[in-house]
Design a protein around this ligand. Sequence first.
Ligand SMILES: Cc1cc2nc3c(=O)[nH]c(=O)nc-3n(C[C@H](O)[C@H](O)[C@H](O)COP(=O)(O)OP(=O)(O)OC[C@H]3O[C@@H](n4cnc5c(N)ncnc54)[C@H](O)[C@@H]3O)c2cc1C
Ligand code: FES
Length: 219
Amino acid sequence: MLSVQGVGEGPISVASGAGRQLLFTIRDIGTVTSKLKTSRYVGVRGPYGTSWPWKEYDEIVAVAGGIGIPPIRSLIEEMNGAGRGKDIEVLYGARTPSDLVYKKELKDWSKSIEVHLTVDRGEGEWNGDVGFVPTLLKKVRLSKNAAVFVIGPPLMMLNTVKEALSIGFKADRIYLSLERRMECGIGVCGHCNVGEFYVCEDGPIFNYSRVKEQRELFL
Ligand SMILES: Cc1cc2nc3c(=O)[nH]c(=O)nc-3n(C[C@H](O)[C@H](O)[C@H](O)COP(=O)(O)OP(=O)(O)OC[C@H]3O[C@@H](n4cnc5c(N)ncnc54)[C@H](O)[C@@H]3O)c2cc1C
Ligand code: FES
């Protein structure tokens, strides 16, 4: 949870913990996010909630849409640090080429891991894939003990789940990072409550088989 004194607080993912520094990638959309970049002091508490369970699997397909890529960056770093860098494949899509975040990192990653990119609308010199990110799953050849990690806008996540199920993934091998407005971040205030879940504490990363009946979580 990152805060600016006198302004407010919000949940932000750690994009990188390399070099003993924390890196955050923030989209300026409102009161807190617009002040985080320029504020001299920023409050940090956490981390809270669940994380990607990559250690349980031989291979990970990380599917990210739009601004969902920061937690995938730290996942790649963590797997690299554990000597498992080759076991992740990244599928990433954005609306247009200029909306793709981490252009330099994407190039660097693609030297050692499979990175597939797509945009909804090609522009300028773009000569890569055009189409929605779930369609990229067709490009992936997976081992038996693989899992799919998904993060992005709700519709993108639902379509990715549909595609993953249609190519043979079991629901319990699909993990979603879900978003809710949060306040305390520690299961006390009830702001992020949906049905039986507190997204801050039970999530934000959920096994799809656990939440698939809770449609409200995907709105
Ligand atoms: C687990 C988690 C990790 C996140 N990681 C990141 C990250 O790494 N980088 C990043 O840029 N953002 C991230 N977010 C989203 C970020 O927390 C919100 O954008 C931020 O809290 C908005 O605060 P604000 O005061 O700037 O906006 P406000 O002024 O409160 O709101 C501005 C507008 O945005 C809408 N809005 C605010 N929060 C959300 C939300 N969570 N979902 C949908 N609409 C919203 C409001 O309804 C309003 O229309 C994450 C959210 C969660 C739950
Ligand atoms: S944010 Fe307070 S209970 Fe989840």
